[in-house]
Write a protein that binds this ligand. Sequence first.
Ligand SMILES: Cc1cc2nc3c(=O)[nH]c(=O)nc-3n(C[C@H](O)[C@H](O)[C@H](O)COP(=O)(O)OP(=O)(O)OC[C@H]3O[C@@H](n4cnc5c(N)ncnc54)[C@H](O)[C@@H]3O)c2cc1C
Length: 394
Amino acid sequence: MTDEDLRQEVRAFIAENLPAEMAARGKKMYHPYKPDVVFWTQKLNEKGWSAPGWPVEYGGPGWTVPQRHIFEEECFLAGCPMISPQGLTLVGPIIYTYGTQEQKDTFLPKIRSAEHTWTQGFSEPNAGSDLASLQTRAVREGDEYVVNGQKIWTSDAHSSEWAFMLVRTSTEGKKQAGISFLLIDMETPGITVRPIISIDGGHELNEVFFEDVRVPAANLVGEENMGWTYAKELLAEERTFSAEVKRHKGQLSRIKDIARTANLRGTPLIEDPHFLRRVAQLEIEVLAHEATLLRVVAEEQAGILGAAPTPSILKVRGTELVQRLGALMLEALGEAGMPYYAEKDYFLDTPDDPPGIPGAPGISSDFFFRRSLTIYGGTNEVQRNIIAAQLLRG
Ligand SMILES: Cc1cc2nc3c(=O)[nH]c(=O)nc-3n(C[C@H](O)[C@H](O)[C@H](O)COP(=O)(O)OP(=O)(O)OC[C@H]3O[C@@H](n4cnc5c(N)ncnc54)[C@H](O)[C@@H]3O)c2cc1C
């Protein structure tokens, strides 16, 4: 099958299976709405497409890197709900690489079908950038670990069935050497989830408290005290995911749509040379960034591991482009970008757009939420330290 055949097949599949109101919510590119995510993941799973980056033996479709890119781009631009990245991109690969056969058999099919969605319990009140300082303890008692402590900024903890966590299993030696990687059922007694409402008014973030939570020792991934090694791999994947190229393209297309409708002293904004120059500049930067991403992913798949800190570079560049594109979108909207919509109205009632500017509601909420992109997955300041340490060393 050629790449173009695949693109046509993906388009036809989306046209046949994606309900229009779901596509409308997806095109707003705001917080994912869980019922949509579950519905769409199940549809993709029936087709064998719900784990596009996984090896065939674990249920992946066996696509090349460009084919996976085509699939993800078509889905995103059509407004398909995004498959939960915590399961698919973060913990799934850790389980199939380091997990026991039982863990693979139990968890991988349920990630692919969205029967389980996942939350990432790494950060703590005193362990963010300095993640290795984490203090949530897991003490082995017979066939169980007893977990006590607190996590924070835990995205989707309130709506996820399972958590993958970093816990302290030893205080001997270097702090990195006493951390383990544990899978925890969020229904286990002793877990309390408290919401954190972010600046956009939405609920994605939480604090999670663990009080004598008993977890089967069979839920340890890999070896005890080796969790830091697995987490570093996972975080590199999270940073590559933060390259955000699909979002950039969605944003560019929305900016152009808005500029066709918005007025600048009686002339459509799209005809203003100064505005067009700024759109063109950003589009060039997005295309260059996309070329870098494709090159890096292709090299990784071919087993060529360069010394460059590419996940950090992709993360810094990708997240900053999202914020610049968001700022230009708001500027293009002018006062039409100001209306605030509560998250529940935004998801369920699809409020009327202000006259003349389709799709304006919610753009300001999204703009404010995306300030967090340069914080999560490791702040951009810390990524710059990593880049400097690796590239400027010696
Ligand atoms: C929207 C959102 C979603 C998140 N989701 C999750 C999640 O699902 N699971 C999870 O575990 N965590 C999650 N996080 C947490 C995120 O990973 C942390 O916020 C991040 O690692 C920064 O840690 P911190 O907030 O403790 O800030 P701090 O580490 O306290 O940093 C504060 C400031 O100091 C700067 N700084 C710190 N150290 C250095 C240094 N060495 N050099 C230069 N500057 C430095 C930072 O750049 C930052 O500006 C999320 C965060 C956000 C905002």
